[in-house]
Write a protein that binds this ligand. Structure first.
Ligand code: 18C
Length: 254
């Protein structure tokens, strides 16, 4: 049977609210476009090189084993379906800095380094230490965007990207600096009720999360893989439960 390939939109219709002359303008647009293209052109079936490591039905985690000079770089991918919330809401809370520590269980501290625009800021996250490795931190921009729809029938989609960068106010110092390229893409599926009045019961959000993380130097692969296998599903459960608590008695943010 022939696998269906979805066509990527010919040109990105939306871009960041950063000014075109901003030093991060090109990078943000390029990284986000690559995520969108990768998702839209991907064969809608998990390819052979992705291994499923967690299958809880509504939540699946996949990885590709990859090592460079002994440093484990396994790309991770998770898909998760949740009811009662929109993609806009899920992306909002993944991006929002002021509530990050309410759901992030793996961070010791997090601070804003600089706001670049109303959709993009740079932060410094210090990750809890995992024995026996040295403690890590990360410096990255977080950007949220409403994705253009290729046609009126398709689901409404939002994306958040967390991408490592350098910043004068965030030089690497006492921690090992990890680098990453993380994306959260959400589609909102609405089953229209007969009376036309959409409630949270009619809404499902399909989340695709991808993480390429370089632990930045030596880390024992077996420990890291065990930590990932435990922490990624835990993060998705904890985070989506958090979004549910934040949204269930509020107006729906479409
Ligand atoms: O995407 C997530 N969070 C974002 C917003 O904060 C952001 C952060 C991404 C960084 C994630 C990767 C961290 C990897 C650290 C490697 C550490 C190497 C240590 C070597 C160990 C041998 O995009 C959500 C991320 C969700 C989960 C990530 C799982 C990685 C776990 C990292 C270890 C922390 C464990 C702390 C728990 C302590 C329990 C003993």
């Amino acid at each position: 049977e022939k696998k269906m390939k979805l066509e990527a939109p010919s040109k990105p219709e939306l871009s960041t609210s950063l000014a075109p002359e901003h030093p991060f303008y090109n990078q943000v647009n390029e990284v986000v476009s690559n995520h969108i293209r990768r998702l839209l052109t991907e064969i809608k079936e998990v390819k052979d090189d992705w291994v499923c490591i967690v299958d809880q039905g509504d939540l699946k985690v996949f990885k590709r084993e990859l090592e460079e000079n002994g440093v484990p770089l396994d790309p991770m991918k998770a898909v998760c379906t949740v009811k009662g919330m929109t993609g806009h809401e899920v992306c909002h809370y993944f991006w929002a800095f002021d509530t990050r520590m309410e759901w992030e269980a793996t961070l010791e501290t997090s601070r804003v380094v600089e706001w670049l625009s109303d959709d993009t800021f740079i932060s410094n996250n210090v990750i809890k230490r995992v024995w026996p490795a040295s403690q890590r931190d990360a410096c990255f921009w977080s950007h949220m965007r409403h994705m253009s729809k290729s046609n009126d029938e398709g689901p409404d989609s939002w994306i958040v990207v967390n991408y490592s960068c350098e910043h004068d106010d965030c030089p690497p110092n006492k921690y090992v600096r990890i680098t990453m390229n993380v994306a959260l893409i959400c589609e909102t599926i609405i089953e229209p009720p007969a009376d036309g009045n959409i409630t949270r019961d009619n809404i499902t959000c399909k989340i695709t999360y991808t993480a390429d993380v370089n632990p930045g130097g030596w880390a024992p692969a077996s420990v890291l893989r065990a930590v990932y296998k435990r922490e990624y599903p835990k993060f998705l459960r904890r985070f989506t439960t958090f979004v549910e608590e934040k949204t269930h008695n509020k107006d729906i943010m479409f």
